[in-house]
Design a protein around this ligand. Structure first.
Ligand code: ATP
Ligand code: MG
Length: 265
C-alpha cells in the first residue's frame, strides 16, 4: 500500500512544489513507484513535471467532482519517471462547487482509494492556503511533509499549520502524523537560519530531516525546462540533496514498516 504524503505549508513560495517534483523524481530514480498529485490551481507541479497545463482534457478538478476516476486523469512524466495527476486553474472552481456537496472533505481520499495499491508513494502538492483543497489532502494523507525556510515568520506560521493538522486529526483523519519538517533554501552562512534551525530541532526533534536542501540555482532553473533537477543537472547540490532526502524518507518508511511488523507479530 502506498504511503500518502501531503506536502504542505500555507505560506507561499517556501518550496512545496520544488520538493514535491524533485522528491517524486528522486524516489522514482531509486526504484519506487510514485504518483504526484497536483492539488494547486497554479499547476506548478504539472508544468515542472513536463506537462502542458493549458488544454488538459482531464485534471484533478474532474477527480474531485467525481466525474472521472484517477486512471482517466493520470499522465506520465516520462522524464521524471513518475505518474502525475495534473491541475490547472479549473481547480479553483472545484472549491466553490464542492462547498455545497456532501463529504466534500473526503473527495480526494475516495478518488485515490484505488490508486493506493499501484504505488509505493503518493505525494500531494498543496496550494499555499489552509483551504478545502488542503483539507482534502490532509484527510487523504497518512502523513504531512512540511518544507520550510529557516526564517523568523516561518516559525510563526508553523504554529497555525500544526493547529490545523490537530483539528483534521480530531475530526477527519485520526491516523494523520507529521512525517517530517524539511529545511529548504538553506543558507548556512546566515546565523538567523542556524538559530531557527536549532529551534525547529528543539520543537520537532527527530521529525526534522537530517537532509538540508541548500539554496541552489539549478533547482530554480529546472522547472522552466519541464524537468526535475535530477534530469537537468544530476551533479548539482540541489539534485544531490533531494536524492538524499528520498533515501532518508525510504529509510524512515522501512523503519515504520518494521515496527508495524513487530507490533502485529
Ligand atoms: P506556492 O506557495 O506558490 O505554491 P511553493 O511553496 O510551491 O510556492 P516553490 O514554487 O517550490 O514554492 O518555490 C518558490 C520559488 O523558489 C520558485 O521560484 C523555486 O524555483 C524557488 N526555489 C525553491 N527551492 C529552491 C532552492 N532550494 N534553491 C533555489 N531556489 C529555490
Ligand atoms: Mg507550489
Amino acid at each position: 500500500m502506498a504511503r500518502i504524503l501531503a506536502i504542505t505549508n500555507q505560506k507561499g513560495g517556501v518550496g512545496k512544489t520544488t520538493t514535491a517534483v524533485n522528491l517524486a523524481a528522486s524516489l522514482a530514480s531509486l526504484g519506487k513507484k510514485v504518483l504526484l498529485v497536483d492539488l494547486d490551481p497554479q499547476g506548478n507541479a504539472t508544468t515542472g513535471s513536463g506537462a502542458e497545463k493549458q488544454g488538459l482534457a482531464k485534471t484533478v478538478y474532474h477527480l474531485l467532482l467525481g466525474t472521472d476516476g484517477y486512471e482517466a486523469v493520470r499522465l506520465r512524466s516520462e522524464s521524471g519517471g513518475f505518474d502525475l495527476l495534473p491541475a490547472n486553474r479549473d481547480l479553483a472552481g472545484a472549491e466553490v462547487e464542492l462547498v455545497e456537496q456532501k463529504q466534500r472533505e473526503y473527495r480526494l481520499k475516495q478518488a485515490l482509494d484505488k490508486a493506493s495499491d499501484a504505488y509505493d508513494f503518493i505525494l500531494i502538492d498543496c496550494p499555499p492556503a489552509l483551504n478545502l483543497l488542503t483539507v482534502n489532502a490532509l484527510t487523504c494523507a497518512h502523513s504531512v511533509l512540511i518544507p520550510m525556510q529557516c526564517e523568523y515568520f516561518a516559525i510563526e506560521g508553523l504554529a497555525d499549520l500544526v493547529n490545523t493538522i490537530k483539528k483534521i486529526k480530531a475530526r477527519l483523519n485520526p491516523g494523520l502524523v507529521i512525517d517530517g519538517v524539511v529545511r529548504v533554501m538553506f543558507d548556512n552562512r546566515n546565523t538567523l537560519a542556524q538559530h531557527v534551525s536549532d529551534q525547529l530541532k528543539a520543537h520537532f526533534g527527530a521529525k526534522v530531516f537530517d537532509t538540508v536542501v541548500p539554496r541552489n540555482v539549478r533547482l530554480a532553473e529546472a522547472p522552466s525546462h519541464g524537468l526535475a533537477v535530477l534530469q537537468y543537472d544530476r551533479v548539482s547540490k540541489g539534485a544531490q540533496a533531494y536524492l538524499q532526502m528520498a533515501r532518508e524518507l525510504i529509510a524512515k518508511r522501512d523503519a515504520e514498516i518494521g515496527k508495524e511488523g513487530v507490533r502485529r507479530g
